[in-house]
Design a protein around this ligand. Sequence first.
Ligand code: 13P
Length: 239
Amino acid sequence: MVEHFPEGEKLVLIAANWKMYKTTVEARAFCAAFTPPPGVDVVLAPPYTALHGVLEAGITVYAQSVHWEDEGAFTGEISAPMLLELGVQGALVGHSERRQYFGETDETVALRAAHALESGLGVIACVGELEAEREQGATEDVLRRQLSVLERHDDLVVAYEPVWAIGTGKTATPDQAQEAHAFIKSLLDVPVLYGGSVKPENAGEILSLPGVDGALVGGASLEAGSFSAICEAASRLAS
Ligand code: 13P
């Protein structure tokens, strides 16, 4: 879990979701070229096979998902004790790609999050609306539904990732992001990260918005240079 949220200080948590990118050799090369700047909590979420490669570098590591049982006949899944044994400190749950391509539902997200937190892992739970849902004015309904299965916990962070902004180069406008973050916080009093095409060029503006406690970064986290630039922008805001 991340050591964060010191009283009275602005939390800035920058998490990298590497999705299905990077072998162990590539992960080690990234870590050799990356030093987290002061004042920022940095989390890397590599694929399972590269977890140990990143752990060796002494960086906080989260898995990209975690199952709700400690063991069992669940082919392709990974459990909290397996992650904890490696030194992994947390897990993402409910990423929109898991929901879209792998049948993740609000119910499975709830089970994963609750068990991970009970087991002592930190959790970054991802929520966000589809483009059609935003166009229909259903953003708040979707967020309310997705958040209704989560309970406040000191080690729970929510990532607001509008699905239409993921990997598309589109980002939520400052007003859209601020509004969504405020709405999420009104339902669940936890830190909220923004995700969706965060890049060195827009990180400063996004991270300085009220209610934005950090970022969950996909594409721009794959290269040490661009991820460092985002972390530096966060560090300037934290100091
Ligand atoms: P991009 O930063 O590539 O848009 O991805 C965001 C994301 O899905 C992080 O979890």
